[in-house]
Design a protein. Structure first.
Length: 453
C-alpha cells in the first residue's frame, strides 16, 4: 500500500457556501421542468398530496443522510455507508443504484436544455444542443472541482433569483379556483402515479455527500450545506408549484398547442399571462436555462464521484476508479457517464428517463436508511459529529415513505421497472464475476486514491 501514497487524490477545496450551491444546483432544474408531467397523472390535488409526502421523506432522509455523510465522509456516499454497515453486496446495490440515478438524471435535463434553447432558436435541433451541453460541462468538470463548484454557485444564484422573479410575476394572478379545476383527474391512483414527478422536485440532493472528500472540515460544513440546501428547495418547490398551476390551471402548463406534453411549464405560465413577446417571458427562458445547467453540471460532478468510488474498489471496472494526475479529477468516470447519457438522449423519452433515475434514487434511499439503523445498532461508538434529530422517528419515516414510493412507482411503470431491474442484474453479475474476490480486496484506503491515468 505504501507504494501508492504519492498517487493523485481529490483535493479539499469546498466550503459551506459552495456546498449550498451544489445542493441547490443539483436539484433546481426540477423546478423548471419535469414536475409538471405529474399533473397529467394526478392533477393539482394528486401531485400536491404526492409532493407533501415526498417533502416529508426528503426532510427526514436528508438529515439522516447527513449523519452518515459526517461520520463517513467519502466520495462514494451511499455506497460507502452500505458497505460499512452490511458488506460488499449491499454496498454494490447502493452504489449501483446511485450510479443509475446520477447517470440517468443528466440526459433528461439535457433534453430540457435543448427544449428551452429551442424556444429561442426553433430551427436548431434540440438533440444537438443537448449533446453539445454534455461535452462542454463534462470538460468543465474534468478541468477541476473548484472551478466547477464556483460556476455552479454562480448559476445557482441566478436560477434561484429567476424563480423568485417568476413567483413575483405570477402570484398576483393566482386564483385558488384554477387549482380546483379537474384537480384529481385519475382518482386517488393518480396520487401514486404522480410520485416520480414529485420526487423530481428534489432528486439528487444527496449528491452533496459525494463531494465529502473535497470538502474542508466535512463534519461541520456538510451539515450546513445540506441543511440550508434542502430548506431552500422545499420553499422553492411549494412556491413554484402554486405560482405556475394557479395562473390558468394545470393543463395550461402541461400541454402545448399541439397537444403534446411540454418540458417548459414556467414559460407556458408566463405566456398565458403576458404573451410570448413580453420581456419577462424571454428573461425566464434565458435565466431558466441557467437553472437547467446548474443541475446538469452539478449532477455530472456528483456522478463522476459516485462512479469513481465504485471503480476504486473494483465494483465497476478499475479504469473508472482513477484520478487524473494533472487535473485531480475522475476523468475516466466523467467520460464514461457522458457516453451513457448521450446514448440515453437518443431515446427521446424524457419522462421514462426521469422514472429510471427515480428507481435508482428510491433504492438508494431505502438501502441508506437500512444502513443507518444497522450502523446505529452495530457500531454505536462510531464518531458521529452530527446526529439526526427525532431519532428513530425521522429515519423510520424516510424509510417507510421511500418504500411505499418504490412500490407505487413499480406498479405504475412495470416496463421501466423491468429495465431498471435488468440494469441492476447485469451489473451485479459483472460484479460477482469480475469484482474483488474478498472484502479485503475492495478495502482501498481513500487517502491513497488511485494511480495516475
Amino acid at each position: 500500500m505504501s507504494a501508492k501514497t504519492d498517487s493523485p487524490s481529490l483535493e479539499r477545496k469546498l466550503g459551506p457556501l459552495m456546498l449550498w450551491g451544489l445542493g441547490v444546483g443539483y436539484v433546481i432544474s426540477g423546478m423548471y421542468f419535469g414536475w409538471n408531467l405529474g399533473l397529467a397523472e394526478g392533477g393539482t390535488l394528486g401531485l400536491a398530496i404526492a409532493t407533501l409526502f415526498i417533502i416529508v421523506m426528503y426532510l427526514t432522509f436528508t438529515f439522516s443522510y447527513t449523519e452518515l455523510a459526517c461520520a463517513i465522509p467519502k466520495a462514494g456516499g451511499a455506497f460507502d455507508y452500505a458497505k460499512e454497515a452490511s458488506g460488499k453486496n449491499m454496498g454494490f446495490l447502493a452504489g449501483m443504484a446511485q450510479v443509475v440515478e446520477f447517470v440517468f438524471a443528466p440526459p433528461a435535463i439535457a433534453a430540457a436544455i435543448g427544449a428551452y434553447f429551442g424556444l429561442f432558436f426553433p430551427n436548431v435541433p434540440t438533440l444537438e444542443i443537448a449533446i453539445i451541453a454534455y461535452v462542454i460541462f463534462t470538460a468543465l468538470n474534468i478541468y477541476g472541482v473548484k472551478a466547477a463548484a464556483r460556476f455552479e454557485l454562480f448559476i445557482t444564484i441566478l436560477a434561484v433569483a429567476e424563480l423568485l422573479i417568476f413567483a413575483g410575476a405570477t402570484l398576483p394572478s393566482f386564483k385558488v379556483a384554477n387549482l380546483a379545476v379537474d384537480a384529481l383527474p385519475n382518482g386517488w391512483g393518480g396520487v401514486f402515479a404522480a410520485i416520480p414527478f414529485a420526487i423530481w422536485f428534489f432528486l439528487a440532493i444527496e449528491g452533496v455527500a459525494n463531494v465529502a472528500e473535497e470538502t474542508v472540515n466535512p463534519q461541520r460544513n456538510i451539515l450546513i450545506g445540506f441543511g440550508s440546501a434542502i430548506i431552500t428547495l422545499v420553499v422553492l418547490a411549494i412556491l413554484t408549484f402554486a405560482a405556475a398551476a394557479g395562473v390558468s390551471g394545470w393543463k395550461a402548463i402541461v400541454y402545448a398547442a399541439d397537444g403534446t406534453a411540454s418540458d417548459s411549464p414556467l414559460p407556458m405560465a408566463l405566456g398565458h399571462l403576458f404573451g410570448q413577446g413580453h420581456v419577462l417571458y424571454h428573461m425566464l427562458i434565458g435565466i431558466g436555462l441557467f437553472g437547467l445547467i446548474a443541475s446538469f453540471h452539478g449532477i455530472i460532478l456528483a456522478a463522476g464521484r459516485a462512479v469513481l468510488e465504485m471503480g476504486r474498489v473494483k465494483y465497476l471496472h478499475p479504469s473508472l476508479g482513477k484520478v487524473n494526475g494533472k487535473f485531480k479529477t475522475p476523468v475516466n468516470a466523467l467520460i464514461f457517464n457522458m457516453i451513457i447519457g448521450i446514448i440515453a438522449l437518443f431515446t427521446g423519452r424524457t419522462g421514462e428517463i426521469i422514472t429510471i433515475a427515480v428507481f435508482g434514487a428510491l433504492t438508494l434511499y431505502i438501502v441508506s436508511m437500512i444502513s443507518f439503523f444497522k450502523l446505529r445498532k452495530n457500531k454505536p461508538d462510531m464518531e458521529r459529529p452530527f446526529k439526526v434529530p427525532f431519532y428513530p422517528v425521522a429515519p423510520a419515516l424516510a424509510l417507510i415513505i421511500a418504500t411505499v414510493a418504490l412500490v407505487a412507482v413499480t406498479y405504475y411503470n412495470l416496463m421501466l421497472a423491468g429495465i431498471y431491474a435488468a440494469i441492476m442484474i447485469v451489473a451485479f453479475a459483472w460484479f460477482k464475476l469480475f469484482g474483488p474476490a474478498s472484502e479485503e480486496d475492495s478495502d482501498i484506503p481513500t487517502e491513497l486514491a488511485m494511480e495516475e491515468k
